[in-house]
Design a protein around this ligand. Structure first.
Ligand SMILES: Nc1ncnc2c1ncn2[C@@H]1O[C@H](COP(=O)(O)OP(=O)(O)OP(=O)(O)O)[C@@H](O)[C@H]1O
Length: 413
């Protein structure tokens, strides 16, 4: 018998091959690591290191696993929309090396695809290379969410069972866009826009912008109409953990026609969604609505969010007789990365199936998924389970700590 290596003979080769295949299957949790991937890289995202991050930390991992890569460097804003819109539906996943802005473009491109329902079934996998990287943090958690190598492994392992996620239909005038993460007005939106030029600072720009906002402390006047489904904070925490345990899955209903124009009739809904309409018209410091616990490493904005409950979490920071002063805002920074502000009584937090927002002043900032939009009336409806993500878990990765009777934060059980 011919020696192959050391004591290994020809007859051992089939056995060794079978053994290697089993190890590979074990390592990749039953998913085939050799994938066909469309890769989008934004060379100008965040601190501008996306190209190096991909070449040094991500590409070697994907190539070693035998993946076929079709790589495009985006050359302008809007480029990723065009690519996703015209993409062949033959890829196993769409890998996005950037921050959340490019992910926003990708989902909007998929919505314009000739066959959007099929296009939305191609899973999207973020590789963190922007400033906020909220989606990556939500999929991989605080520890791994900013690690490009962990994100590369998620691409190889995560396609076994992609995670369905709700998206939002954002309508303004007769324009419809897809939002996947957040809509923000007031101080938090000012923070985003006023620190655009500080992308080189990475996510520290948000902390700097918040401190600056505390000094200027402007209020914001909006009329908010929310179709509220749940508003009891303790029950929302209980539901979070119950749902994580069961991680229920259902069928994706698809993208409704693009012309769901808003109606002014509060009784008549453009979508058949649950809940009761509630109107809120007090001056506020900010309103942030969206999905996914983290919007950046320093802020767990929606700690009780579920990927696919068909609802949007809405957080309104009220002004209560000037109690919300500068000291309060500075205190609010402590524990913000663990969602401590969720428990503040001045943080009105509800889950709804739709909402409308109408600015009552002429000037202000509206950010959608971190991108600036006209400060005008808009409407949001949830598109249940339309998006598909690669994720190691069937739920968002970050844990939410609860506050006990003594005000100490602890892990929820
Ligand atoms: N080649 C390019 N030149 C200029 N802008 C680009 C280019 N490619 C993409 N963009 C734009 O850059 C915007 C921001 O990109 P990205 O999300 O990657 O970074 P970021 O905003 O720093 O990160 P985050 O959204 O997580 O804060 C995108 O919305 C996109 O419109």
């Amino acid at each position: 018998m011919k020696q192959v290596c050391g004591d290994v003979t020809e007859k051992d080769v089939p056995l060794a091959t079978e053994w290697c295949t089993s190890i590979t299957q074990l390592a990749y949790q039953g998913s085939n690591p050799s994938k066909s991937l469309k890769v989008l890289i934004n060379p100008h995202g965040g601190p501008g290191k996306a190209r190096q991050i991909f070449a040094q930390k991500v590409e070697p991992v994907l190539r070693a696993a035998g993946c076929t890569l079709d790589i495009t460097l985006t050359t302008r804003a809007g480029h990723a929309i065009d690519i996703a819109q015209n993409m062949a539906l033959t890829y196993d996943a769409l890998v996005v090396v950037s921050g959340d802005g490019l992910i926003h473009e990708v989902f909007n491109g998929l919505a314009k695809h000739a066959t959007p329902d099929k296009a939305f079934c191609i899973p999207v996998a973020p590789i963190p290379a922007g400033s906020g990287n909220g989606l990556s943090l939500n999929i991989l958690g605080l520890l791994d969410g900013l690690d490009p190598c962990a994100a590369a492994l998620n691409v190889l392992k995560g396609t076994g069972q992609p995670m369905k996620v709700d998206l939002f239909s954002f309508t303004q005038g007769n324009q419809r866009r897809i939002s996947f993460m957040s809509q923000t007005v007031g101080l938090m939106a000012d923070v985003d826009i006023e620190t655009e030029h500080l992308r080189w600072m990475g996510d520290l720009r948000f902390v700097w912008g918040f401190l600056r906002g505390v000094v200027t402390r402007k209020t914001c006047k909006m009329e908010l109409s929310m179709k509220v489904v749940e508003q009891d904070k303790s029950q929302m925490v209980d539901a979070l953990y119950a749902r994580r345990r069961s991680a229920a899955k259902g069928a994706a209903p698809g993208l409704p026609a693009a012309d769901i124009t808003p109606t002014n009739d509060k009784e008549g809904d453009e979508v058949d969604s649950p809940g009761n309409w509630v109107t809120f018209e007090k001056p506020i410091l900010w309103m942030v609505a969206g999905k996914g616990p983290y919007v950046s490493r320093s802020l767990m904005q929606f700690p009780v969010s579920h990927p696919d409950d068909g609802l949007i979490d809405i957080s309104i920071q009220e002004i209560v007789c000037l109690v919300v002063g500068r000291k309060f805002l500075l205190d609010a920074m402590e524990g913000a990365e663990f969602g401590r502000s969720y428990w503040f009584s001045s943080n009105r937090y509800v889950k709804g199936s739709a909402y409308r927002a109408k600015p009552l002043t002429n000037s202000g900032v509206l950010m959608v998924d971190g991108e600036a939009f006209p400060f005008e009336e808009f409407q949001i409806a949830v598109l249940p389970r339309l998006g598909t993500l690669l994720s190691p878990y069937p739920h968002y990765a970050p844990d939410f700590k609860v506050v006990d009777a003594k005000g100490t934060m602890r892990e929820a059980t």
